[in-house]
Design a protein around this ligand. Sequence first.
Ligand SMILES: *Cc1c(COP(=O)(O)O)cnc(C)c1O
Length: 222
Amino acid sequence: MSIAQNIQRITAQLPEGVKLVAVSKFHPAEKIMEAYNAGQRLFGENRAQEFAAKAPQLPADIEWHFIGHLQKNKVRMIMPWVSTIQSIDSIELLQLVNKEAARNNRHINVLLQLHVAKEQTKSGFTTNEVLKAADEGAFENLTNVTITGVMAMATFTDDMEQVASEFEQVHNTFLTLRDKHFANNPAFKEISMGMSDDWNIAVQHGATLVRIGTDIFGAREY
Ligand SMILES: *Cc1c(COP(=O)(O)O)cnc(C)c1O
């Protein structure tokens, strides 16, 4: 199936209110344009250098989400293009993004990345860490950043019950944060979870953003 057909197939299966982030990492601008011409406007990239090289070649009405681990020395590189950074995994990074957004006269949306997977390599806040940071006021007084929700990746496994229980944990942490710390902030409403192999399960557990690469563009060449 073509990229356009894949976008249509997936979009048709998503419940109302769930948005598709087309993950275009490792794919050239021409492939992104195929998805764009099929109506897709929301794209995700995970490497700062590659993103900063591709974004200027593509239409200005694309909404770019940064979804990969973001090194502090790369924040400046993505600032002109990014609309949402999904992968905020430390308070230091959050503060730096706020500062750089202010310097650039920009306002950036961010998601707090939660670590629920078994792998040590995946980054993010544990449930305890994020609730403690919220209690300490770490998510207040940000002038140029709006925290719009949470993001997570499940363990890479065939055990779909494991995956489902991790997504449920993300959902519960989201609800606790929302009700306890973001009750006056209606922008805090997004749960980004689910990739090519598990987005159906993610949607059943409350995902509002699914991040899909392979199922749209085919396999990536590394
Ligand atoms: C690459 C990537 C995806 C998409 O993965 P696929 O399995 O190709 O759909 C989603 N989220 C993150 C954070 C990624 O790095």
